[in-house]
Design a binder for this molecule. Structure first.
Ligand SMILES: NC(=O)c1ccc[n+]([C@@H]2O[C@H](COP(=O)([O-])OP(=O)(O)OC[C@H]3O[C@@H](n4cnc5c(N)ncnc54)[C@H](O)[C@@H]3O)[C@@H](O)[C@H]2O)c1
Length: 336
């Protein structure tokens, strides 16, 4: 079935739900949007329109925003979800709110609908107990803004049907994603577990006065930043000498932070009301002008890194072998 024949139910059009909606519209799905908080409906529609406007300006889409918006209905009415074949929930990260929302969804969707949650941290095995067909329930974990990022985790809970997960995995390619299947439920899934291991070590290095915040960021940008979008973690080790990693791991692993609590560095910022670029006080401080310029520069960067990542998809070499595609690669590489 093509996306045009698969209506998506989108529940909760906050920051993430709006960009997931845009991703679905761009992929060709009709979208039935339900914003449970009535007073937020107008804002949600405006946010979707803004995302589409920028996508049009940046040349990310081929049609003007109105063409996509014509496939969207948006209201606060859960009954409208009846025709949805896949429902994506993205309401506030609160177990009780999600429980109430899934009870309403479960009442109105058909037996063959696939249900999913964009939860960041609630175990899928817990959420799937809220619905009558837990085997049709999955985590679909996106990265903001969902219509430009390539990340999507498809997470199986204890009762999820693996065949349906495989179907979502294939469909996600049509959403312009490089999907990731989490075969067994684990807190934080894959992306967050990798990232939090790094946040913990970064906090430790600064807290213990080994380096400044600026220098930890510089190291990260110029080490991981130069290879991760292309080769990830394992292929990087393949490229650079597995034996050496094995040796270093024996010495280094025992010295890495295994802190069980957030450390003083981040706790103090939170206790003092710091909220990073949102209020100018975080690990760095920002004037209003700097804050805006950082946000603008980062937004521009997300479009540029996307262009580069699209040039080097996960199957870049397979494609070259199959189609003899000219990848326009430099003759001399740092590893040749
Ligand atoms: N922001 C991110 O980068 C990000 C990334 C991945 C996953 N998530 C997850 O996506 C979900 C939504 O996050 P967000 O960042 O879009 O938050 P948000 O605050 O922008 O949106 C929250 C949504 O929940 C709705 N809501 C609030 N109270 C409600 C209630 N009592 N009943 C029903 N709906 C209610 C809001 O109207 C809105 O649609 C969360 O589960 C979050 O953990 C967020």
């Amino acid at each position: 079935m093509e996306p045009g024949e698969i209506p998506i139910g989108m529940v909760g059009l906050g920051l993430m739900g709006s960009s997931i909606t845009v991703c679905m519209l761009i992929a060709g799905h009709p979208v039935i949007g339900v914003e449970p908080v009535s007073e937020n409906v107008a804002n949600s529609l405006q946010r979707v329109r803004n995302y589409l406007d920028v996508a049009w300006q940046k040349g990310l889409v081929t049609e003007k925003p109105d063409a996509y918006l014509s496939r969207l209905t948006l209201s606060d009415d859960f009954d409208s979800l009846g025709p949805a074949k896949i429902v994506i929930e993205s309401v506030k990260e609160d177990m009780d709110i999600k429980r109430q929302v899934f009870a309403k969804i479960d009442k109105v969707v058909s037996d063959d609908a696939i249900l999913s949650s964009n939860t960041s941290a609630i175990p899928i095995s817990d959420l799937q107990t809220f619905v009558s067909s837990p085997q049709r329930f999955f985590g679909l974990h996106w990265m903001q803004p969902a219509h430009t990022t390539r990340f999507l985790e498809i997470i199986c809970g204890n009762q999820s049907d693996r065949d349906i997960a495989d179907y979502l995995y294939q469909l996600a390619e049509k959403w312009d994603k490089e999907p990731v299947l989490v075969k067994k439920d684990i807190r934080g899934f894959i992306g967050n577990r990798l990232m939090y291991a790094m946040y913990r070590e970064a906090l430790h290095l600064v807290q213990e006065d080994y380096a400044t915040v600026e220098d930890v960021d510089r190291a990260c940008r110029n080490v991981a930043g130069y290879f991760i979008p292309m080769v990830g973690v394992f292929r990087w080790m393949d490229f650079t000498g597995i034996g050496a990693y094995h040796t270093v791991m024996k010495e280094l692993f025992p010295t890495l932070s295994n802190a069980q609590e957030p450390n003083k560095l981040i706790s103090e910022i939170v206790e003092e009301g710091g909220n990073g670029v949102f209020n100018g006080r975080g690990f760095y401080t920002y004037t209003e002008e700097e804050r805006k310029l950082w946000e603008e520069a980062y937004s521009r960067f997300t479009y540029e890194i996307r262009e580069l990542a699209l040039k080097y998809p996960h199957d870049v070499v397979k494609k070259k072998l199959e189609q003899n595609e000219d990848l326009d690669l430099p003759e001399q590489t740092p590893y040749s």
